[in-house]
Design a protein. Sequence first.
Length: 158
Amino acid sequence: MIETTLEKWEAIIQGKGGADKNALLDDLLADDVVFLSPVVFTPQKGKAVTKLYLGAAGATFGGDDDTGKKASEPSEDANKQDGFRYIKKIVSGNHATLEFETTMGGKYVNGVDIITCNDEGKITEFKVMIRPLQAVNAVHAAMGAMLKKMQERPEAAA
């Protein structure tokens, strides 16, 4: 089941599907989904708050693209693209761990999305872990600013 869920998730983050991301996320997330942030201690519960966090992450994790110069560690993938990308997947049953990398503010960001879905293919838990410390600090600052902007202007979430 997780394979189909991952296909839908990757279509959302790649901007495929031709439909509204919010509607696609509504279909993909369980009503009682739990989001575990790398910078917020308390688990965030429910579809609405999870969509808010995932929307903010999507708006901030795109990578540095204004200079053409990336501050990233070497990758074994010779075809590595700039911006957010998944570089490894571990899938078992209703669980998946997706390792990603990107740059934010000139800082290399490496992390994992740990996703659990139910038997209907709805995501019930979405956990994000990030390294190194400079990346955690960059993500914390960028996500805080984006969440504030999205709360002030809901159309920024789309």
